[in-house]
Design a protein around this ligand. Structure first.
Ligand code: HEM
Length: 470
């Protein structure tokens, strides 16, 4: 094998031929998460893991992260992403090259300011629904995950998809969410068993069969969303409505895709890929941020009070729903959300496959290398964030992080998160809604859940807080 400058980098012991395969064999997602944190402590912000012939460069140095993410050609996702193709196809998250460029161009306008403005009403309605649900737990403890993920799933369906999930779809909704959790577990199980990386072999093993069963749950759920919208949709009509200033009608996401289908620019399979992608990315990420966020707020009554006061100042004592410009004014809440995403970035790491040689500072990174960026570790570097474990929203108030790539929960560069403004708006709606009506307290002060990472960062076990109506 030809010499590779990356082989000089530190990293877990590399054996001939197999590399570090045995370091990861059969690890549970929880142990895997812990191991990756340990590696970043021991080997630093730039280290190499070799799995058979694959070289995986792990990074969390802020300057390295900038070089990789800002590089216009570093847009190809690494191999493990392909394990999700059976589910998400090559939709926006997984695709690359010309297909990705084309789809991103079609979908970008569907998250335009004017569209988000119209979505605020739906988000507000959902926020009220969440508050009503939480009232059932007044004075008691609530397990946040199921309540919050329902809320974000309904929100993405009613906004981007223009589909109302009716009340008798709740069993299907639960099955959908459970299947996603199982897919996460299977993804990690497959990652730590190299013999299952081959698609053909994977499909023959029990794990592959379980994956197939999960697909039988998630795919019909997304198909149903498409069929429902198709039933109620006429060309040119959209739930995003409202002409913008130029008189151009803006359509919500699924309507844009249906319109594109009508014009022969995308087929039904293409629509399914995007609906599956956005239904997942659009609800699970935001749900996790809200769950971790409410957990942190429960432990910080002073932060809850400041959010409450900010809402009072902007909205008064009344029950008024905030408009988009009210939400934009909530600067303290914005800093809180950023601090939540710093400590608990819903997507804790992202990865790329390098398609042409490039210099990472003084090291040559060759074509074919995979690069894994650990947002979680980057966000906890003491040189960027003094006292990194502490929850301090003031860090983001009236000041920005010291480096433009120090805070990248939505990634950065050409393949950043297309839904980031949507997510910020939704989180503002939900958190302001909850803080206006409740005080939260922790079950055990200072207690933090153990974490694991599959497609998103998750707590091991439930996250509970106590709710008290104001
Ligand atoms: C707190 C909430 C969210 C976080 C932290 C988050 C984070 C991210 C990150 C880090 C990426 C880059 C992934 C990669 O490079 O592999 C990404 C991509 C993406 N996100 Fe989000 N996201 C959030 C919410 C959303 C929402 C609400 C939507 C949809 C409405 C969404 C849709 C997407 C899509 C489609 C991509 C792929 C974009 C592309 O490759 O062009 N995300 N997100």
């Amino acid at each position: 094998e030809e010499e590779n400058p990356l082989d000089k980098l530190p990293g877990p012991p590399r054996k001939p031929i197999v590399g570090c395969v045995f370091e990861f064999l059969n690890l549970t997602p929880r142990v895997m998460f812990k191991k990756m944190r340990l590696y970043s402590k021991v080997y630093g912000g730039r280290y190499l893991v070799k799995i058979l012939r694959r070289r995986i460069l792990h990074l969390h140095n802020v300057n390295d992260v900038e070089i990789v993410l800002s590089h216009p050609r570093n847009i190809k996702k690494s191999k493990p992403y392909s394990f999700l193709e059976g589910w998400l196809g090559t939709g926006l998250l997984l695709s690359s090259g010309a297909k990705w460029h084309r789809r991103r161009k079609i979908l970008t306008p569907t998250f335009h300011f004017n569209i988000l403005k119209n979505f605020t009403n739906v988000m507000e309605e959902r926020s009220r629904g969440l508050v009503d649900k939480l009232k059932e737990y007044d004075g008691k403890e609530v397990n946040l995950m199921p309540v919050i993920s329902d809320c974000t799933l309904y929100t993405i369906c009613e906004t981007a998809m223009g589909t109302q999930l009716d009340s008798d779809s709740s069993t299907k909704t639960q099955e959908y969410k459970t299947a996603i959790l199982q897919i996460g577990g299977l993804l990690m199980g497959r990652l730590t068993r190299v013999w299952l990386h081959n698609e053909y072999i994977f499909r023959k093993f029990p794990m592959g069969k379980q994956f197939e069963k999960c697909l039988e749950k998630v795919h019909p759920f997304a198909d149903n969303v498409i069929m429902e919208r198709k039933k109620n949709w006429k060309p040119g009509q959209s739930n995003a409505g409202e002409d913008d200033v130029g008189g151009k009608k803006r359509l919500a996401m699924l309507d844009v895709l249906l319109e594109a289908e009508r014009k022969g620019e995308i087929d039904l399979e293409g629509i399914r890929e995007e609906v599956n992608t956005f239904m997942f990315e659009g609800h699970d990420t935001t749900a996790m941020a809200l769950v971790f966020g409410l957990m942190l707020l429960a432990d910080h009554p002073e932060v809850q009070e400041r959010i409450y006061e900010e809402c009072q100042t902007i909205l008064g004592d009344s029950d008024t729903s905030p408009t988009m410009s009210d939400l934009a004014e909530m600067k303290y809440l914005e800093a809180v959300i950023k601090e939540i995403l710093r400590l608990y970035p819903s997507v804790p790491f992202i990865a790329r496959e390098v398609t042409e040689d490039f210099m990472l500072g003084d090291v040559l990174v060759k074509k074919g290398t995979e690069v894994s960026i650990h947002i979680y570790d980057l966000h906890r570097l003491p040189e960027l964030y003094p006292d990194p474990e502490a929850f301090k929203p003031e860090r983001f108030l009236n000041q920005q992080p010291t480096h433009p790539y120090a805070f990248v929960p939505f990634s950065a560069g050409p393949r950043n998160c297309i839904g980031q403004r949507f997510a910020m708006l939704e989180m503002k709606c939900m958190l302001s809604g909850v803080c206006r009506k409740f005080k939260l307290s922790p079950i055990v002060p200072g207690e933090r859940p153990k974490l694991l990472a599959d497609m998103v960062l998750r707590p091991v076990g439930p996250v509970c807080v106590k709710m008290h109506q104001r």
